[in-house]
Design a protein around this ligand. Structure first.
Ligand SMILES: NC(=O)C1=CN([C@@H]2O[C@H](COP(=O)(O)OP(=O)(O)OC[C@H]3O[C@@H](n4cnc5c(N)ncnc54)[C@H](OP(=O)(O)O)[C@@H]3O)[C@@H](O)[C@H]2O)C=CC1
Ligand SMILES: O=C1OC[C@@H](O)[C@H](O)[C@H]1O
Length: 386
C-alpha cells in the first residue's frame, strides 16, 4: 500500500437533514483528524423529489462542481463513478433502497435503524455476501475514538466483571405540536417511533459492552423483557424500556428511550450521565450525549471494609471532535479502510451484531404489540413507491 491515499467516491441517496450533516463531515479534510491514508469525494447525489433538489443540496454544501445531481435513486445507483451509496432515507425505506444499491453492485452505508425487521436485514447481508460488497449499518457512535477507548478499557478487565449497563436516549418533546402525525419520528408509515430512531443508541451502548467485547464463542442473543407505551395519535412507540440478560454470565442491560422525558431535561443544569457501565471493580459513566459522546468518567469502587477495589484513579476524560465536524467522518473513514482492504464488513459494526440487535428489536415490538404495515414489514422486492 505504501504511502498512497485511497479515495472513496460517495453517492448520497436522499437530501434530508442527516444527509446534509454527513456530507459536511465528508468534506472536512481528513488531515484535521490525523488521517492521511483515506480521502472522501462526493461524486453524486439523488433526490426522489427532483433533480433540482439534488442540485440545490450540492450547491448548499459547496460540493465539487463535478458532482452529479440525479432526480431518482435508480439513476444514482447506476452511476459507474460511484463506489458506495449512503442511504439517508427514513427507516421504512432502508430495505428497498439498500437492496436497490446492492443489486446495482454498490457498497452501502445505511442509516440506523438498519431495516424495519431482522428478516429484511438478513436478506441484505446475504446479498452483500454473495456479491462481495461492503455493507454497514451507520451506527456512527461506535467509531468515535471515545467509544473505541471505552471498549478497550472494559476489555482490559480494569472494571472487573461487568454486571450491568444502563443506557438512556430520551428527548423532551412537545410530541403533538412538534411531530403531529406526519413527522418521521412518529409516522407509522415511515416506521417511526422511539425504539427504531433513538432506542437503537441505548441498545448500541448495551451491546458494545455486553456483546461486542465478549469472545465470539461465548456471546449470544440475550433474553428480552420490555414494555412499550404508544403515542395515541399514530400508534408508534413513544416510550420503550427494555431489560436484557446476556450470556454467558447473565449481565443485565437496561435500555430506555422516550419522546416525552429527557436524559438531560435542562442543559443549564447537570443530569446524571445517561450511560453507566457497572463492573465489580468500579463504574464507567458516559456523559451527554449518548450518540455523540464527548467525555467519560471512571469511578473506582471503594468500600470502607474492603478498601480500594480498583487499580485506576477517579478521572474524567474528555475528547474534542476535530476539524469542526459532527463526528460522522469516523464511520466514513471506517468504510473507506474496509473497502480499500477488501473487507465486506466492519469489525466495529459487523453483520452478525446488527442482526442480533434487529432480532432484539423485533422481540421488543412483538412484546409491545407494535407492528408496522404489511408493506413495510415485507421482504418483497422491488415494491413500488420507494
Ligand atoms: N446518525 C444520526 O445522527 C442520525 C440519523 N438519522 C437517520 O437518518 C434517516 C433519515 O433521517 P432524517 O435525515 O432526519 O430525515 P429527513 O426527513 O430529514 O430526510 C429524509 C429524506 O429521505 C427522502 N425520502 C424519500 N422518501 C421519503 C418519504 N416517503 N418521506 C420522507 N422522506 C423521504 C427525502 O429525500 P429526497 O426527497 O431527496 O429523496 C427526505 O429528505 C433515518 O433513518 C434516521 O434514523 C437521522 C438523524 C440523525
Ligand atoms: O440518530 C439520531 O440521533 C439524533 C436524534 O436527534 C435523531 O432523531 C436521531 O435520528
Amino acid at each position: 500500500m505504501g504511502n498512497t491515499t485511497f479515495t472513496l467516491k460517495w453517492g448520497i441517496l436522499a437530501t434530508g437533514g442527516i444527509a446534509k450533516t454527513f456530507c459536511k463531515d465528508l468534506l472536512i479534510d481528513p488531515s484535521t483528524r490525523n488521517a492521511s491514508d483515506i480521502r472522501h469525494q462526493i461524486v453524486a447525489t439523488a433526490s426522489s423529489s427532483s433533480r433540482s433538489r439534488a442540485q440545490q443540496f450540492l450547491s448548499d454544501l459547496k460540493a465539487p462542481k463535478s458532482a452529479k445531481a440525479y432526480g431518482s435513486y435508480k439513476e444514482l445507483v447506476a452511476d459507474p463513478n460511484v463506489d458506495i451509496i449512503y442511504i439517508a432515507t427514513p427507516h421504512s425505506h432502508h430495505y428497498q433502497n439498500t437492496r436497490l444499491a446492492l443489486e446495482a453492485g454498490k457498497h452501502v452505508l445505511c442509516e440506523k435503524a438498519f431495516t424495519v425487521n431482522a428478516r429484511q436485514a438478513e436478506i441484505l447481508v446475504n446479498i452483500a455476501r454473495e456479491k462481495k460488497l461492503f455493507l454497514m449499518e451507520a451506527v456512527w457512535t461506535r467509531f468515535f475514538p471515545l467509544a473505541r477507548e471505552v471498549r478497550e478499557f472494559v476489555k482490559s478487565g480494569q472494571l472487573g466483571e461487568i454486571k450491568r449497563v444502563w443506557a438512556d436516549l430520551s428527548f423532551w418533546n412537545d410530541v403533538e405540536k412538534e411531530f403531529g402525525r406526519e413527522h418521521r419520528m412518529v409516522n407509522l408509515e415511515l416506521a417511526g417511533g422511539a425504539l427504531l430512531d433513538l432506542g437503537i443508541y441505548s441498545l448500541t451502548w448495551v451491546f458494545q459492552i455486553l456483546y461486542h467485547v465478549i469472545p465470539e464463542e461465548k456471546r449470544g442473543m440475550p433474553t428480552v423483557a420490555s414494555a412499550i407505551t404508544k403515542y395515541k395519535a399514530t400508534g408508534c412507540d413513544e416510550m420503550t424500556s427494555v431489560i436484557l440478560s446476556f450470556p454467558p454470565y447473565g449481565a443485565h442491560g437496561i435500555a430506555t428511550t422516550n419522546l416525552r422525558v429527557a436524559h438531560n431535561p435542562n442543559a443549564s443544569h447537570p443530569s446524571p450521565d445517561p450511560i453507566r457501565i457497572q463492573g465489580t471493580l468500579g463504574d464507567l459513566t458516559i456523559s451527554n450525549s449518548p450518540y455523540r459522546p464527548l467525555s467519560y468518567t471512571l469511578i473506582p469502587a471503594k468500600n470502607e471494609k474492603r478498601g480500594q477495589l480498583a487499580k485506576f484513579e477517579y478521572n474524567t476524560v474528555t475528547h474534542e471532535i476535530p476539524g469542526g465536524g459532527h463526528g460522522m467522518f469516523w464511520e466514513a473513514d471506517e468504510c473507506a479502510r474496509c473497502i480499500r482492504d477488501g473487507k465486506l464488513e466492519s469489525e466495529g459494526m459487523g453483520w452478525e451484531e446488527s442482526l442480533v440487535i434487529m432480532r432484539v428489536m423485533d422481540e421488543i415490538r412483538r412484546q409491545g404489540n407494535l407492528r408496522y404495515s404489511e408493506r413495510l414489514e415485507s421482504v418483497e422486492y422491488p415494491l413500488g413507491g420507494f
